[in-house]
Design a binder for this molecule. Structure first.
Ligand SMILES: [Zn+2]
Length: 344
């Protein structure tokens, strides 16, 4: 499974893909950028179209660049992604992976009728852009079964090598009428079972424990801006135990690390902790942010490496029991592991 690190182009630091940076993470294979950020800055958009995304952002070719359409951000401003402009951008800037120009995200509080409207409108875009590299989207919603059926019935879509699964975030945020975790997992599992050949990307997976869920569901890639969002709030991720508050940047109701956890942190092998230690994580301003963000992304990449290793050599079922603590996802992970073992 590939971890795709979500970027924010207005403050692109830390340059974790850059070999000459103190924050270089050689394990990083992919980043994600949003078209909304190019559309709002004509200079940035022009430069990307002229030089290509990699050169314009200074990201080496071996780090893949995923392009999200930014539909969520456009919709908050009451609009839609301008499709022709998006199409033109894709053709010139050449991302390594790009979704269809627009999808309509069903939120849990919508009626079945409205969720169905979202599906119909998203399916129309999936079908209109069923050529070239456009990655079609299906949404986790109460209508997911219909999505699966429509994808199956459409020859062009069925033959696409990549699918993306969206809509999970509003459900995980426990919005009112959100689907139960178990229903969400079962529906994603259904997509995996039905489309065994496709590379599946799951949008918006945040912390270390959700990585376990995504890996057990057989996802091929996930993206996260969590490493940056948490860093901005003074939070750091810890392997197997979730988030801790390390810098006092607001009341986020997150525990501070205890003595044992501080010991763990003192041994952290990430480039930020190696260079600046725990004190570096506590700093404010850009330096503190860069240290925490790099640490967080390193933890995600390392967690993923361990998950893949243990799944591969058959030791996962034993390993996760001692490794994963205090996560609300634990009962779900238990169930998924059972499912996983049964299949073998
Ligand atoms: Zn670290």
């Amino acid at each position: 499974m590939e971890i795709v690190a979500g970027l924010n182009l207005t403050s692109i630091k830390p340059r974790v893909w850059d070999e000459s940076s103190d924050y270089y993470l050689p394990q990083l294979g992919a980043v994600m950028v949003s078209y909304a950020e190019f559309h709002q800055s004509p200079t940035r958009r022009d430069r990307a179209m002229e030089k290509g995304l990699h050169e314009s952002l200074g990201i080496p070719d071996h780090v893949k660049i995923y392009l999200d359409n930014g539909a969520f951000r456009f919709s908050r401003a009451g609009g839609e992604v301008p499709r022709d402009a998006y199409k033109e951008f894709v053709e010139e800037a050449k991302p390594d992976w790009h979704v269809i120009p627009q999808d309509y995200i069903p939120t849990p509080d919508m009626s079945d009728y409205m969720q169905n409207k979202c599906l119909e409108k998203t399916m129309a875009v999936n079908q209109e852009f069923s050529y070239d590299g456009y990655v079609p989207i299906l949404h986790v919603s109460r209508r997911l079964k219909k999505y699966i059926r429509l994808f199956n019935e459409d020859e062009k879509l069925r033959e696409k090598p990549n699918f993306a699964i969206g809509g999970i975030v509003p459900n995980l945020l426990r919005a009112s009428k959100a689907m139960s975790y178990e229903k969400i997992l079962n529906s994603i599992y259904k997509v995996r079972e039905t489309f065994a050949e496709q590379a599946l990307h799951l949008f918006g997976v945040g912390g270390t424990s959700t990585l376990h869920v995504a890996a057990l569901l057989g996802m091929d890639s996930v993206d996260s801006v969590g490493w940056r969002n948490r860093a901005a709030r003074g939070l750091i991720q810890m392997p197997g135990i979730g988030d801790r508050s390390i810098a006092d940047l607001g009341n986020w109701k997150v525990r501070e690390p205890n003595t044992e956890e501080l010991k763990l942190l003192a041994d952290c092998q990430c480039p930020a902790c190696q260079e600046h230690g725990i004190e570096g994580l506590k700093k404010d301003r850009t330096i503190g942010f860069c240290n925490r963000a790099t640490h967080n992304l390193w933890i995600l990449l390392e967690e993923n490496r361990l998950i893949q290793k243990h799944l591969k050599d058959g030791t996962y079922a034993k390993w996760y029991k001692n490794h994963l603590h205090n996560t609300i996802y634990r009962p779900l992970i238990d169930k998924l592991v059972e499912k996983h073992l049964k299949q073998k």
